[in-house]
Design a protein around this ligand. Structure first.
Ligand code: URA
Length: 242
């Protein structure tokens, strides 16, 4: 990778600031002064130093956020605040992005990473990585809804959803439920309830594959995943609901 990117990603300032640093002759790769920002270095096999101190390069970042309502699941937006806007600068500088989208008014588990391969794998429709949501529903959710969701319901664009597991926690004039789906169509949970004549009034994602939302993570807070959790995500298995 380019040495200016490596330095910028390691906290040595913007590309412009890094260019100045390089020009000053304080940066070395394997003991040789490097001044050209376009110089390619291999962080795995080469030692990069700034003022003779070794630069510890970290390529990937894996964060789990309890997304608050009101933020967009995007990296940037001209007029609205995004989940990346609330990251600490040392995390944001690694240019992570949200894996999939939660609606602006949806809360809960959101994985944010710069590992494109893992993101692709988790979002692949072939993988069927299960996602569980808690929702409050205006209306009484019934056994018939459980059966309908198990068979699949037809959305407003005629798409027939894959089998999903609906668990009723409370049902009255308003209901509380948990729903596990294995796909990620646009507004899927809301549209599945619309398909059975009901409205989602509150939605929160509780889990994605092996990753579960920490109870002590307040909306807007996030933490880094440990290596074991990242490995588990890499091995996330498809859930088969029949
Ligand atoms: N389904 C929805 O309707 N909205 C979300 O944010 C996630 C799943």
């Amino acid at each position: 990778m380019r040495i200016d990117k490596l330095l910028a990603n390691s906290g040595f300032g913007s590309r412009k600031e890094v260019k100045k640093l390089l020009k000053s002759g304080q940066v070395k790769a394997d003991g040789e002064v490097v001044k050209d920002p376009k110089t390619h270095v291999d962080p795995d096999s080469q030692e990069v130093t700034v003022q003779d101190a070794i630069v510890e390069y970290r390529e990937f970042i894996y964060l789990v956020m309890n997304k608050p309502a009101g933020l967009l699941s995007a990296t940037e937006d001209l007029s609205q605040e995004t989940v990346v806007d609330i990251l600490e600068p040392e995390d944001a500088m690694l240019e992570p992005f949200p894996v999939g989208r939660l609606d602006k008014d949806t809360e809960g588990l959101l994985l944010i990473t710069n590992d494109g391969q893992l993101a692709h794998q988790l979002l692949s429709p072939k993988k069927h990585v299960p996602k569980t949501y808690f929702a409050e529903i205006a209306g009484c959710v019934t056994e018939e809804d459980i059966e309908a969701f198990k068979k699949g319901v037809t959305l407003d664009d005629d798409y027939l959803t894959k089998p999903a597991v609906l668990n009723i926690l409370e049902s009255d004039s308003t209901s509380k439920i948990e729903l596990t789906i294995t796909e990620g169509k646009f507004h899927q949970v809301k549209r599945m309830f619309e398909a059975v004549g009901k409205k989602v009034t509150y939605l929160k994602r509780l889990s994605m594959g092996p990753l579960t939302l920490d109870e002590d993570l307040e909306p807007g807070e996030y933490r880094e995943l440990d290596e074991e959790e990242v490995e588990e995500l890499r091995n996330a298995q498809a859930l088969s609901i029949d």
